[in-house]
Ligand binder design. Sequence first.
Ligand code: HEM
Length: 439
Amino acid sequence: RTSVGGCPIDHSRLDPTGRPVSPNAAAFNPFGEAYLQDPAGALRWSRDEEPVFYSPELGYWVVTRYEDVKAVFRDNITFSPSIALEKITPFSDEANAVLKAHGYAMDRTLVNEDEPAHMLRRRALQEPFTPEKLAHHEAIVRRLVREHVDRFIDAGRADLVSEMLFEVPLTVALHFLGVPEEDMATLRRYSVAHTVNTWGRPSPEEQVAVAESVGKFWEYSGEVLDKMRQDPSMPGWMPYGIRLQPEMPDVITDSYLHSMMMAGIVAAHETTALATTNALRLLLENRTQWEEICADPSLIPAAVEECLRFSGPIVAWRRIATSDTEIGGVAIPEGAKLLIVQASANHDERHFDDPDELDIRRDNAAGHLSFGYGSHQCLGKHLARMEMQVMLQEFTTRLPHMRLVPDQEFTYLPNTSFRGPEHLWVQWDPERNPERTDP
Ligand code: HEM
């Protein structure tokens, strides 16, 4: 301890540039219940008083205002995305040994690749994501959604997460990637482990179990890839990359393909599953707006956008400073790791009027940062929006009178970045299902 002006200074409470850490910043815990339940609310103090702060708990600088988060996304040279898939909690030697035994070598994909490699790869691989190329997926999505709703429509009660919202986006993701049907069941088991591995704070004992699942996920992804290599004419985004590899071996590398095979499942699945769960909860909690979209389905695309703003599935993303710089007037040293909190930016009253009100007619909702921004902005956004819209169309048509089961508690997987309730219980009176009266 030393002192400044007679006041003692606790050096564990200084940021890396030597400034004292405020009590709020010291108390910030992105694995705690307040942040998990309401990340934007838990950071209101920051947006108001200290929009860029150092979190000793995390070892990251946290950025919370809309303009600052967008500025960081916009400049992917000063703020490199290379740490986007790094473990936020370093693992024990024992857990790392488990990963090594499985040959785990997750490396650069797209989301964590620097320029110029990133843009070369993104351009080469982006065509399957265009709305025209995605058009035929809509029929698959609708069929899957209808089949799942058929299974519980007469039951009067369902946990939508376990009965549909997990399964449908996963199946769509695997179809999009080109994973053969027979491999779907195995891959399904591992995706949660990847989230905890990358963005969670598992205890040392949990780390070993997580490492075991992640290691198996990695090995299994390699096997699926090998199978695709035997017949690269198969449909899907991963075979598309395999077919391009001989033309551009330095852009589509083996390491890229293996890392993307695993990370792609999470990118396409978890995000959309959580986004739809958040959206249904929000709309059912705001009954008047739910009834409006039931009466006028043309409002659904705007409702999806507002739900992505209000309660996006990715609440925070990461960058690392490649040189000394500043954000919102705060000096940031080279090597500083940043947690840029989209959930907070999306509730910044400096950009969105009455940000804590859900308003499906909000004219600037699509300016949300849930898909990121700039050269890494989500490639899958058209697929995600289409899936969410189809699910809302089907629910508002077939179960317009459904309601949330009252007094349920919503729980979340503790991690910095992926957010959506683990269960969503709804109930309805099957006698009032519209197709009974109006088939
Ligand atoms: C990148 C969010 C669905 C594929 C990203 C990023 C975010 C994000 C925040 C990083 C953006 C940045 O760094 O600026 C979401 C959300 C989704 C969703 C909220 C659902 C609601 C999907 C789907 C796919 C997908 C369905 C399909 C495969 C990708 C890819 C990237 C990406 C490939 C990397 C793009 C690049 O770095 O060039 N997504 N995503 N995402 N997403 Fe999504």
